[in-house]
Design a protein around this ligand. Structure first.
Ligand code: EPU
Length: 421
């Protein structure tokens, strides 16, 4: 038996949703915490399966992990051991690669099997490795395992060819204990990176330039324990904004930093959606008539690739032609094929997709090919006439906390069912 999500479309959404802590910050903050020699407490942890996988990895490394409340995690690395990371949990999530930077930084040696994660086509880590090498690591990569070792880690000037989120965070972690100064040029500027730097600085690191494209790390000898609250998830917030634009009379999102979703809000407004944003909440009202718009994904503060998928589903309702150019993960266009099964008219010619909008979607059996594709299918299912069945929902559970429950609470007809494989 397997579980699917079913949605009966056409019901209006009304009410308030509280956004959870940021998944892509959490999956970096948990590995970063083991750089300390004392307990770290993180609050605002989302209840998603990626966090469960990271807890398994911590326990495997003899880190004491406790959760006194659902959204808190207490990480005590005082008795941690550096072991070969070859357990299955490594392959379950992409972010297990953050243990490379954390363990290399802490022990000057790490051996890990290749990380897994969403099926988004080739996801190289050459920039991460280039950074580790610049700091002094010798790398053996046999395609199955990566083994890195350094006698000393010494600060260096590293220029990233692309402003990679993962590489920026990984190099920062590896450099936290390195001798002297590391400068990362063309660093990524995502809010999740600022959150990781904030945590590390609370632990005693000396990192400057958070949120800019030049990050400077002065190595220290000791990192201590601390308390840290995770920022709200801008991608979850953006997903709900799009869902509300599709089907809400009025939805209020709480625990949002509107500044983090500026590029999405400006595109929604351009499409005719009425949005009213205050300091930490946003009100969204469905537009009676959506206008077609063009988007191009790019690193923060540009339009997030993760929001491109749910936005594509929304654009099926805008009369006329919209275009999406995906510059980061072209595999995200697999959603187009799933939406066409529901009656959409989407022509995919990577890196571009053309959405000829205005048709009523019809319920169908569809598959979440990755996390954000899953979110796109939920938007489509809420809009569609009839019942939509979404398969492979483990992708959705990896990154959205109680997505179905949160939507049910504001009037969606959405439920889980066990069906034959
Ligand atoms: N890239 C390289 N070499 C590298 C690293 C990246 O060529 O060494 C390329 C990638 O192939 C891609 C681009 O650079 O084309 C961007 O990759 P980046 O490293 O910025 O992404 P990431 O760290 O692997 C994170 C998020 C993704 C999100 C991207 C872009 C996490 C765990 N993942 O991935 O989130 O799409 O940044 O913002 O933080 C998701 O949440 O569904 C998700 C996939």
């Amino acid at each position: 038996m397997k579980e699917v999500i079913k949605i009966e479309g056409g019901h209006r959404l009304n009410g308030t949703i509280r956004v959870s802590g940021a998944k892509n910050a959490t999956v970096a903050l948990i590995p970063a915490s083991v750089l300390a020699t004392e307990p770290v407490k993180l609050v605002g942890i989302p209840n998603i399966s990626d966090v469960g996988s990271l807890k398994e990895l911590l326990e495997y490394l003899d880190v004491d992990v406790r959760s006194d409340n659902e959204d808190e995690i207490y990480i005590d690395p005082s008795h941690m051991t550096n072991k070969i990371l070859d357990i299955e949990a490594v392959s379950r999530l992409r972010a297990s690669y953050y243990f490379m930077g954390a363990l290399l930084g802490k022990y000057k040696e790490v051996k890990i099997r290749m990380p897994g994660g969403c099926n988004l086509g080739p996801r190289p880590i050459n920039l991460h490795l280039k950074g580790f090498e610049a700091l002094g690591a010798v790398i053996e990569d046999n395609g199955e395992y990566i083994h890195m070792k350094a006698d000393r880690l010494v600060g260096a000037r590293i220029n990233l060819d692309f402003a990679s989120v993962g590489a920026t965070i990984n190099i920062i972690m590896a450099a936290a204990y390195a001798e002297g100064r590391t400068i990362i040029e063309n660093a990524a500027r995502e809010p999740e990176i600022i959150d990781v730097i904030t945590l590390l600085n609370k632990m005693g690191a000396r990192i400057r330039g958070a949120g800019t494209s030049t990050v400077t790390i002065d190595g220290v000898d000791k990192l201590t324990g601390c308390f840290h609250e995770i920022i709200p998830d801008r991608i979850e917030a953006g997903t709900f904004m799009i869902l509300a634009a599709a089907m809400a009379d009025h939805v209020r999102l709480e625990n949002v930093i509107p500044y983090h979703v500026e590029s999405l809000m400006s595109k929604l407004k351009e499409a005719g959606v009425y949005i009213d944003s205050k300091i930490d909440y946003v009100d969204i009202y469905r537009s009676p008539e959506l206008k077609p718009v063009d988007i191009k994904t790019s690193p923060y503060p540009g339009f997030a690739t993760d929001l491109q998928s749910p936005f594509m589903s929304l654009l099926t309702q805008a009369k006329g032609e919209s275009h999406i150019i995906e510059t980061i993960y072209p595999e995200r266009f697999k959603l187009g094929g799933q939406l066409n099964k529901m009656g959409a008219n989407i022509i995919v010619t990577p890196p571009k997709a053309t959405i000829i909008g205005g048709q009523m979607l019809k319920g169908a059996e569809v598959t979440a090919t990755d996390l954000r594709c899953g979110a796109g299918l939920v938007v489509a299912g809420l809009l569609a006439d009839g019942i939509t069945t979404i398969d492979d929902i483990y992708h959705i559970d990896r990154g959205y906390e109680n997505l179905d429950l949160k939507l049910k609470n504001i009037g969606a007809r959405i439920w889980r069912e066990k069906v034959e494989e």
